[in-house]
Every structure is written in C-alpha cells, then in structure tokens.
Design a protein around this ligand. Structure first.
Ligand code: GLU
Length: 412
C-alpha cells in the first residue's frame, strides 16, 4: 500500500471521532513543503553519478520540523511525505516542541565505498542546507544512516554556514555533541512500551517469548532490553533470512556478530529459516522493526502473539490493523512505540542549545517518563471514549494538540 494513503487513512479514522473543522484534514493530509533535489558525486572509479534526494516538512505548527534521513534504494517521494507526517504525529504524541520532517536519498549504501558514502552524505547537505537549520528543520539518523553520516553532514553544514551549530542535526556521535543514550533510545523505548502493555494485560515478561523482525539499530536494542528483563528472544530476522532458537538467542552476542558485518543467518548455534518465518512464529511479543508495509492483510492473520510494539514506521497497513484488533492483539502504534528516538534527539538538541550535557541515566530515565506519560494519556482516552484501537486514540491525542495550535496560529 502507498504509505501516504496509509497515513491519510489513519488521519481520517482519528478525525471521525473528533469534532473538528474538516479543513484540518486538508491541512494534515500532505506536507506543507516538499523538496526534491539531485546532486552529483564523483565515484571512486572517476565517474560521476547523479543522486536524488528528498526532504519533506509536513507541519511546523508545534515547532521546527524534525525527523530522520534514510538511504535506501526504494525511497520514494510519497514514502518520505508519509514518514514526515508520522513524525508530526509522533512528536505531538509525546509532547515534543517539534513538527514533522523526513528525508532520504535513493541509494543502496551497500553499493558505496566508505569514501563514496561520505560524499553522498556531504552532497545531500550541500543540496539541502538552505532548507534545514536548528530552528527550521533538524535531521537525524533513520534507515541505513548513523552517527558517522550525521558527523559528515554537520561538518558540511558548519563549513557552508561558517557557524559551529550543534543543534543542526541530532544523532551525532557523542564526541561531536551527540547525547549519551541516543543510540539505544529508539529500541529501548519500544521495550518500555512493551513493559507498559504487559502490565495492562497481566503478562509476565520473565519467561515470555519475543520475536523481532529487523535487527538494525531499533530491533537489536529493543531485543537486548527485553532479554535483560527475562524475555526469551526466540526468533530474529534481517533482510537476508531469520534464525530460531527455542530457549532464546544470545542477543548481546548476536549484536556483536552483526556489528562485524555478518548476516543474522550466519550466527552459530541456531536454526536458520526463511526471512518471513518470523511472522508465523508463535510468541508473546512481536516487534516489527524493519520497514513499512510489513504486516499486511496477507499475513496479519498468521501472527500469533499478545503484544506488537512497532519499532518501524508504518509497518502495519490499515487492513491489517483491523485483523490484529479482531484477534485481540495489543498493538502499540509506531507514533508512540518508536518515539524514544526523537525524544532523545530532543534532549540532544536542548543539550546543544544549552551547552550542558546530561548523564546516560538521566537521559534514559527522562525518556521513559515521557513515553510512559504518553502511554497513560492514550489509554485514558481509550477508556473514556471507548476506543479499542490504540493507533486511532494516539492519532486523536496528537491531532487534538496540533489542531488547536494551528487554530491559535490562524491557519484556519
Ligand atoms: N528516524 C527516527 C524516527 O523515525 C528518529 C528521528 C529523530 O530523531 O529526529 O523517529
């Protein structure tokens, strides 16, 4: 399903339950600004390659646009637009003073040398520097980008503007003004939300079973934290395949193995299965931490679990949502479940603006508090309005705030 249509259908579903001016839908259904630029890069073999980059600024009513940048061969304009909209709702769900942004480059980073990756990163910043800034639009890592990419980009921005502004980008390396805890933040947040949902449905995490689809930055840290609380992580997948072990996979060891550039399916001492076997593995907790459109009407009915915490953005299509709901699965929607990353990005940005840095304990404690408060507020709304679907309630909670600020600003 086209991700932009997906988010539009989610907005509609929330608005059905709200008494708002219909113009609110039109203000939210598309980004306020969208940029598409191409930029040339000289490759290692001397040839020139033209890359296509995007940046979408969905809505800046609540504050500067905020959101990641992904490097992926399948990046499209509509995908980036949808992802920027999810960022708007995500920031509002957890109460951050940001609007939503997202960007990307159409590239398979596996085809690039390290030097070419640096040039693509700097090239994106050269092309887009007029559109971004610490009070305008603040990028961060997303799929296939990392603190090193952010370091090259901020160096390029600082050079172009002749200003050493740390708040230009977040997800930077700690030595370069990044925040302690940012690397773990998204994955840990996914698990903080699992713990809250488990309390609600009386599931004991000790001895529970977890399955993780996608073992990048989000899936790996989410699995690590859940395992440290006593959950057995019985299956994990990456783009190449999946692995299974009945008494639990050693997650810190798998993280170390994958960090060396290995595939999940080459990990020793486990059963190797095809990539989609994770969907049919019965478990208590299922974590989709890959890309959009992972849980669809084709596979939603085979998922046998109690809790889904969405580490990825947009992993579940609206049709699949209905199936999961009918099957009584507690789905913690992406705009809440993976909001830990942008929450700690906000801490990073404020630390940069203040020039005063926090301990890792303080970062993670504040992150959890913010997410737990949002979880409780959404659950209260569900109980008050008799709403079964947590995504619908999260969108309502989020849109209420954005609509009221747009009204104050005189946008309608
Ligand atoms: N890319 C992450 C997300 O989708 C983080 C965004 C940020 O830190 O600004 O939430």
């Amino acid at each position: 399903m086209n991700p932009l249509e997906m988010v539009q259908s989610q907005i509609k579903s929330a608005l059905e339950k709200m008494d708002l001016d219909p113009i609110v839908y039109h203000l939210l259904k598309e980004p306020k600004r969208f940029y598409e630029y191409t930029f040339p890069v000289r490759m290692d073999d001397g040839s020139i390659k033209i890359f296509k980059g995007f940046r979408s600024q969905h809505n800046d009513a609540l504050g500067p646009n905020k959101g990641g940048l992904r490097f992926h061969q399948d990046v499209t304009a509509d995908e980036v637009k949808a992802l920027s909209a999810w960022m708007t709702f995500k920031c509002s769900v957890v109460g951050l003073p940001y609007g939503g942004g997202k960007g990307g480059v159409v590239v398979d980073p596996r085809d690039l040398s390290r030097r070419e990756l640096e040039k693509v990163s700097r090239g994106w910043m050269r092309a887009f520097h007029n559109e971004i800034g610490q009070f305008k639009d603040i990028p961060a890592p997303d799929v296939n980008t990392n603190p090193q990419v952010m370091a090259w980009m901020i160096d390029e921005a600082n050079t172009i503007t002749s200003k050493n502004q740390g708040g230009h980008l977040t997800g930077k390396p700690v030595e370069l003004g990044g925040s302690l805890g940012r690397t773990e933040a998204t994955g840990y947040g996914v698990s903080f939300m699992v713990r809250k949902a488990a309390e609600k449905i009386n599931l004991n995490l000790k001895g529970s079973t977890t399955v993780v689809q996608g073992f990048g930055n989000v899936g790996s840290y989410a699995a690590e934290l859940l395992q440290s609380w006593g959950s057995k992580v019985i299956a994990v997948s990456d783009v190449y395949g999946s692995i299974y072990k009945e008494d639990g996979i050693d997650i810190p060891a798998l993280m170390e193995f994958v960090a060396k550039g290995n595939k999940v399916s080459d990990f020793p001492g486990v059963e190797v299965k095809d990539r989609d076997a994770v969907f049919t593995t019965k478990c208590d907790i299922f974590l989709p931490c890959a890309l959009e459109n992972s849980i669809t009407k084709e596979n939603a009915h085979v998922i046998d679990c109690k809790i889904i915490s969405e580490g990825a953005n947009g992993p579940t299509t609206p049709e699949a949502d209905k199936i999961l709901l009918d099957n009584g699965i507690f789905v913690i929607p992406d705009v809440l479940a993976n909001a830990g990353g942008v929450t700690v990005s906000y801490f990073e940005w404020s630390q940069n603006l203040y020039g005063h840095y926090w301990s890792k304990e303080m970062v993670l404690e504040e992150e959890e508090q913010i997410m737990v408060r949002a979880f409780d507020e959404i659950v209260n709304l569900m109980e008050k309005e008799n709403i079964k679907d947590m995504r619908q309630a999260a969108f309502m909670h989020s849109i209420k705030k954005i609509a009221s600020v747009m009204k104050l600003r005189g946008w309608y």
